[in-house]
Design a protein around this ligand. Structure first.
Ligand code: DOR
Ligand code: ZN
Length: 440
């Protein structure tokens, strides 16, 4: 590759789709132009990656950036800043904003706003409601749309499509990926009265129990089978679902969350109180172990943060008025790298789950692997760097993280998006230049 490049990443250890190799990477016009030995090559700009691993730009396929909504908690500029500081090159943003992204007007506004305010590339979910089903096929075809989000059980916001007839109509509209919040709404409602306000925060996992999640997923997969429409089940949180989905691999793809791989009951509720409350809930060690087994045996396609910031005051309210959702976009990569160092998964599998997986599930164009012709998105990581996650590092205005105080080994030290370095050693570089991700 004796040639001239806009950018050369030299001396790194690259996680390529076919293996981990020492290689230089040449970038031209925002794309990967060459991978190999750069002896004799010149470049306008060079990054020395000696001692570092060069990963394809990592993707968080599940964030709630609250925009439009409450900028005092989070927004697209702040949430995407958090993403690049945390080593992410792209995020896919959920539609349960205020107002929600459920029609063309809201979507067009968000497209234009994201293109001028995002620090990383961004995909946008469109929310399904019982009244926008006829418009979904057109909405999902718009620029930057990664797919449809269905809340089949209620959570933050008012998006909800809970009955089989409406769910089936959604599945028969359009062709793109539908991502489901899968908790059975009827069981959620039926059980709510069993628990009194002010009970311990761990009550959350008794209310939204294993059966709620399992029934939700069983019902969705039956409908997916009847309609032939693939189903991406978000944040699968129970051993029972992870076992069940294996019989549906022709239709079903699976996300698990870093929280469900890292936080465990009762410890999380004891330590964090309301700052451990999320939907679906953090559960006991049996489910955490099942999630790791599913990571290791290939059941899991993607890992997300489900970054869902709320004001501290909203998290401190007694159960069940305490807001559900945990911040996580900035800590996803450091926490997962720590799991790599602890031997829980390989770096190659991490790249599969945080890059190739989301690209495959959502049909991303031009991202998802470190290969010639693909976008020059890179996450450079120092696998040996030790650091404590501190709240002072968090740039989301809500200002907290459930991982505060966690000592991790492995840290993202640079983020490069379409050939432009946007983060190096905690410093943001340049200006927001994020674009809408392209999907098939
Ligand atoms: O805990 C959650 N928080 N689960 C969801 O499904 C939504 C999210 C939010 O938007 O706050
Ligand atoms: Zn979510």
């Amino acid at each position: 590759m004796a040639d001239h490049y806009d950018l050369l990443i030299r001396n790194g250890t690259c996680v390529l789709p076919w293996g981990v190799e020492a290689a230089d990477v040449g970038v031209r016009h925002g794309r990967i132009a060459a991978i190999g030995a750069a002896s004799g090559a010149t470049a306008d700009d060079t990054v020395d990656a000696r001692g570092l691993h060069v990963l394809p730009g990592l993707i968080d396929p599940h964030v709630h950036l609250r925009d439009p909504g409450d900028a005092a908690v989070e927004s697209i500029p702040t949430g995407t800043k958090a993403a690049v500081l945390g080593g992410l090159a792209a995020v896919f943003d959920m539609p349960n904003t205020a107002p929600a992204i459920t029609d063309a007007a809201a979507l067009v506004r968000k497209q234009a706003y994201a293109e001028t305010n995002a620090w990383c590339d961004i995909g946008l979910y469109v929310g399904a409601t019982k009244s926008n089903i006829a418009a979904l096929a057109e909405l999902e075809a718009a620029r930057g749309v990664c797919g449809i989000k269905v809340f089949a059980g209620s959570s933050t916001g008012d998006l909800l499509v809970e009955d089989d007839a409406s769910l089936e109509r959604v599945m028969r509209a359009g062709r793109r990926r539908i991502a489901y919040h899968s908790e059975d709404e009827y069981r959620l409602q039926a059980r709510r009265g069993l628990f009194a306000a002010g009970m311990p925060y761990a009550t959350h996992m008794q209310w939204r129990d294993v059966e709620c999640a399992f029934l939700g997923t069983r019902r969705l997969l039956a409908l997916a089978q009847a309609t032939g429409r693939p189903a991406h089940i978000l944040h699968v949180s129970t051993a029972e679902e992870l076992d069940y989905v294996r019989d549906f691999r022709d239709l079903c793809t699976v996300e698990v969350l870093v929280n469900h791989l890292t936080q465990v009951a009762p410890d999380a509720y004891d330590r964090l109180g309301g700052f451990a409350v999320m939907n679906p809930p953090i559960r006991d060690a049996r489910h955490l172990e099942a999630a790791w087994t599913a990571v290791r045996n290939g059941t899991v396609d993607c890992i997300g943060s489900d970054h869902a910031p709320h004001a501290r005051a909203a998290k401190q309210r007694p159960w069940p008025d305490c807001a559900a959702g945990l911040t996580g976009v900035q800590t996803l990569v450091p926490v997962m790298l720590d799991h790599v160092n602890a031997g829980r998964l390989s770096l190659t599998r991490l790249v599969d789950l945080l890059c190739a997986g989301p690209a495959r599930v959502y049909g991303v164009v031009g991202k998802g692997r470190l290969a010639a012709g693909y976008d020059a998105d890179f996450t450079l990581v120092d696998l040996k760097r030790q650091r404590t996650i501190e709240e002072s590092w968090i740039v989301s205005p809500c200002g907290w993280t459930p991982f505060a105080g966690m000592r991790v080994t492995g840290w993202p030290v640079a983020t490069i998006i379409r050939g432009q370095p946007v983060m190096r050693e905690d410093a943001l570089l340049g200006a927001p230049r994020g674009r809408l991700v392209r999907f098939r």
